[in-house]
Write a protein that binds this ligand. Structure first.
Ligand code: GCW
Length: 684
């Protein structure tokens, strides 16, 4: 009897505790609103943005009690675009949206305990855009966080519920808090249906939810739309009827959505239709759409991700296609270029197109969703990858012509500048699947606003806001330090256990999660197989892109082309990207290539093991829900890093015919079982 009583009391106690501390589901992202502290906000102007800014400051205030803050519109020429100035007791901006951005920055600085001194911040890019690869049936291409927040939720995908509107508002707020001001709502592999009236009505509703936070709506369009949903026989961009169709469509869209941003186009790429189907060029296609949008100030973001099944090295094709077209595009066209010349690999050199185009604006496209970096199972902080790309020197106008400078208007003036990130957001309650994937969304926004920010700052900001303790109003210092270190080392660790020293695209077919360096298939194009990229044989390994090979090195300006071309000066992180290197080749540290490759793979695995140890020590520093989620995902990551190492070393060993050095841990799988495992549909 006494026992039963005790059980009941314990159960009641547990129940009451559960109701006191709300379970942490991560939905609040980095916007925690802990304040009960009073702040007085006044403003010299009234608008919806100002009301929002006021509301945010009141909800999130962590500063001194009863302070007074004034929101002013200002003509200070040092403030540009939607930038702002923070002063001791004022936020100044040229635009009302700038006041909202200033409010978010002020709050951020309070979380970080930074002084509230005079400080001006202007956006690096005028358009800071998320690309959603969301299909109209609600699935998301390369999405790892549930279904689309925009499409396919009801039977025909078109109904709109209050819950939808709530979600879109929360999404818009999160974006605005980091300065994102645009969203492409549908997949670049676009269904033409998006331009039908019923879908445009829904786009209008979404735009209405995003607009209050300063976010413009854009759409991906299918180049064959005039045929697929119009009544035209062809989509030839020089055909007057086709031109008229697009003009009418643009007019229809702007009637519904007056501040519509424009079109994103994937044309003549991976089976998508495009102007080349009619013997026309990318310029013909882009300019035809640009003409249709120009009367409404809309823009065309034309993707440079094109390559054909030709014997030419795939990484050279986009440059060869677009360089001759430089200068021929209309003013409202911008080329959207992936960070590397191949496809969002764990590491690639920057795309040579950034340094090549001199009369056409170019915008970087980063991938926030972790298609090639562990999906939402692995903790990989991508800020360091993007920082590496933005800081790469193209030598376009001599030293200092970084990718950032080539794209943000500092090297040459353009009407507008832009940057895009492929979103990792879905209907999962925490938005991104992995708690730490939220940091990648956050980091993209922060870098789009300020492309000189350092990843370590971004990580610190994100951790302090995301894990702030409700009662203490601060984040445990040891937790911040440990977590920041894990984040900053995570991408290099992934490179090491997946494809170190410049290896690339040796993923399992289809899901792109696990390894399959053995993958080859005569029935598909060679550049969709792994063996095409690593070219391992008994002599060595790597893709020869030197002057003696595919000569991709000469798409870069000097001195880079020669630096990359010479085996001895090529940075080792790109070694096997640019060279086929003998197994016995001595690296800078004196080790031979095979030994170093083994050590790198092992190092990557050991790193993840150390992340696990460090994370386990953090128990009790944050809420138990997010602690447990990350702990469990690190276990998976550890298991899968080991799979990468074993698969690659055992497979490449067949060519190197050398021992795995005895100082590293031995493989724990055998090759055949890994081949089976990574083929299985469940392994991703
Ligand atoms: O990275 C590849 C992906 C495709 C994607 C394509 C692209 C949207 O595997 O899923 O398609 O690139 O960027 O167009």
């Amino acid at each position: 009897m006494a026992n039963i009583k005790r059980i009941i009391i314990v159960a009641l106690l547990m129940l009451s505790q559960a109701t006191i501390s709300k379970a942490e589901d991560g939905h609040a992202l980095w916007l925690r609103n802990h304040s009960a502290v009073n702040v007085n906000i006044s403003s010299t102007t009234r608008s919806a943005f100002v009301d929002l800014a006021t509301d945010e400051l009141k909800k999130g205030w962590l500063g001194k009690e009863n302070m007074s803050i004034k929101l002013n519109l200002s003509k200070n020429p040092a403030i540009k675009g939607d930038g702002f100035q923070l002063e001791e007791s004022a936020i100044n901006a040229r635009t009302e949206l700038g006041l909202l951005y200033g409010a978010y920055e002020l709050l951020r600085r309070q979380y970080l305990n930074l002084p509230q001194r005079n400080f001006i911040s202007n956006p690096a890019y005028s358009r800071r855009i998320l690309n959603h690869w969301d299909n109209l049936d609600g699935t998301i291409e390369r999405g790892y966080a549930g279904s689309s927040i925009f499409w396919g939720n009801a039977a025909n995908g078109l109904d709109i519920t209050n819950q939808d509107r709530e979600k879109w508002k929360a999404y818009a707020r999160a974006n605005a808090s980091v300065g994102i001001n645009g969203a492409v709502l549908n997949n670049v592999n676009a269904s033409a249906k998006i331009l039908t009236r019923a879908y445009l009505e829904k786009v209008k509703a979404i735009a209405e939810s995003l607009r209050p936070y300063g976010i413009k709506t854009y759409l991906s369009v299918n180049f064959s739309s005039p045929v697929l949903i119009g009544k035209l026989k062809k989509a030839d961009p020089l055909d007057p009827q086709v031109k008229q169709w697009w003009k009418d469509k643009a007019a229809e869209i702007y009637k519904l959505i007056p501040d519509f941003g424009g079109f994103l186009v994937k044309a003549n790429s991976e089976g998508q239709p495009g102007p080349q189907d009619y013997g026309r060029t990318h310029v013909d296609g882009a300019n035809m759409l640009a003409d249709a949008l120009a009367p409404f100030d809309g823009i065309v973001m034309w993707r440079a991700f094109v390559y054909n099944p030709s014997p030419e090295d795939r990484t050279k094709q986009a440059y060869k296609e677009f360089l001759p077209l430089d200068g021929a595009f209309k003013k409202n066209v911008i080329l959207q270029v992936k960070n590397g010349p191949l496809d969002f690999q764990p590491r690639e050199p920057f795309s040579p197109l950034f340094g090549a185009m001199s009369k056409t604006p170019v915008m970087p496209e980063f991938q926030i969703t972790q298609e090639y970096l562990g999906a939402s199972k692995q903790l990989v902080f991508l800020s360091t990858l993007w920082e590496e790309c933005l800081n790469s020197d193209t030598y376009k106008n001599g030293k200092g012509s970084t990718v950032a400078a080539c794209t943000d208007g500092s090297l040459s003036k353009t009407d507008f500048t832009a940057i895009a990130g492929v979103a990792n957001i879905g209907n999962d309650v925490n938005w991104t699947g992995h708690t730490f994937a939220q940091a990648n969304w956050y980091a993209f926004g922060r870098l789009a606003w300020n492309n000189k920010l350092e990843s370590k700052t971004i990580a610190e900001e994100w951790i302090k806001q995301t894990f702030l303790d409700d009662k203490e109003k601060k984040t445990d210092a040891n937790f911040v330090k440990t977590t920041q270190e894990i984040m900053l080392e995570s991408r290099e660790a992934a490179v090491d256990y997946m494809m170190p020293l410049g290896l690339h695209h040796i993923f399992a077919e289809g899901h792109h999660y696990g390894p399959a360096p053995w993958f080859s298939n005569d029935k598909i194009r060679a550049d969709w197989t792994s063996v095409y990229y690593h070219k391992a044989d008994t002599v060595g390994i790597g893709f020869d892109r030197s002057r003696g090979g595919s000569d991709a090195v000469d798409q870069y300006h000097e001195p880079l082309s020669s630096t990359f071309n010479n085996l001895s000066s090529c940075p080792e992180m790109y070694l096997l990207w640019f060279h086929h290197v003998p197994w016995s080749y001595r690296l800078k540290n004196g080790k031979d290539l095979w030994t170093e490759l083994c050590i790198r793979y092992d190092h990557g695995v050991q790193k993840v093991r150390s992340f696990q140890k460090d994370w386990d020590k953090m128990k009790g520093s944050i809420d138990s829900e997010r602690f447990a989620e990350v702990q469990s995902k690190l276990r998976t990551q550890s298991r899968d890093a080991q799979i990468w190492k074993d698969a690659c070393l055992l497979y490449f060993q067949q060519f190197s015919r050398r021992e795995i050095p005895f100082e590293i841990e031995r493989p724990v799988h055998d090759l055949q079982s890994l081949k089976e495992l990574t083929k299985s549909k469940d392994y991703n």
